[in-house]
Design a protein around this ligand. Structure first.
Ligand code: HEM
Ligand code: HEM
Length: 195
């Protein structure tokens, strides 16, 4: 059961969801931790490089995941769900998708704009080119500061959305006792439609 059906998620969507959930939580924790360390330490430098490398893994996975989502039916939300809740769920998912692209991209622009010009070498192996930074953003420091702000507030927005996302998943499971959480864990609800 690789593909989604109208009643549930297939293996591929489930694998994307949980692999990326773990990676993103790790990236948020690493980002907050590394920025609290003394900036000139060698360990801080290495953690920044690790953060950048895994950030590109998130970007690659996000692109594949979006493609997969567009090529698959999306499971419908419970029919008893009020229209505004359906809209909120939909907007929440769009917001999460937007941020899993926006964070790596603003991070990429930030390091590209930086006057330090530190290269990004994925896992010390594959060099990633710097992005062209629009001159309208001012000096290198100003452009770096701009993307740093977007990256930081993007991360806070992602944390806030995730709190609501997880609370909604737990409410569905423990209070409404429907299949919302189950279908992101097992392919049984997806199979129910095809049987
Ligand atoms: C960094 C963490 C997470 C991100 C970025 C994330 C993102 C998403 C996105 C974009 C969707 C929409 C479905 C899709 O197209 O793939 C989704 C669905 C879902 N997520 Fe998460 N999620 C995260 C963590 C969690 C956690 C920790 C839980 C559970 C406690 C959870 C429970 C669910 C459930 C139950 C659905 C299915 C909703 C439905 O059937 O409509 N997610 N998630
Ligand atoms: C899912 C992907 C990512 C997440 C969730 C994430 C999250 C974070 C967080 C929470 C911080 C700390 C915010 C602060 O207090 O300033 C941070 C900082 C940082 N991130 Fe990311 N990040 C991601 C991807 C990337 C990528 C791809 C790059 C670069 C290629 C990058 C470069 C940086 C840098 C250089 C900082 C330090 C900024 C400073 O010195 O204040 N990040 N990130």
């Amino acid at each position: 059961m690789l593909r989604n059906t109208h009643s549930g998620y297939g293996r591929v969507a489930i694998a994307f969801h949980w692999t990326m959930a773990l990676l993103i939580l790790f990236m948020l924790a690493l980002g907050l931790y590394m920025t609290s360390l003394p900036p000139t330490d060698q360990t801080t430098f290495e953690l920044y490089q690790l953060h950048k490398s895994f950030g590109f893994v998130v970007l690659g996975l996000a692109a594949c995941r979006l493609l997969w989502r567009l090529l698959n039916p999306s499971p419908s939300l419970p029919s008893r769900m009020p229209a505004f809740e359906k809209l909120a769920a939909h907007l929440g998912h769009v917001g999460l998708y937007a941020l899993i692209f926006a964070l790596p991209i603003t991070g990429w622009f930030m390091v590209s704009a930086s006057p330090w010009g530190i290269p990004t070498i994925l896992f010390n192996t594959w060099p990633i080119p710097h992005l062209p930074v629009p001159a309208a953003l001012g000096s290198a420091e100003e452009a770096e500061g701009f993307f740093k702000l977007l990256h930081e507030y993007g991360a806070y927005l992602l944390i806030a959305l995730l709190v609501v996302h997880v609370a909604a998943a737990l409410k569905h499971h423990f209070i409404q006792r429907d299949e919302t959480l189950k279908r992101m864990v097992s392919t049984a609800p997806a199979r129910a439609e095809s049987s």
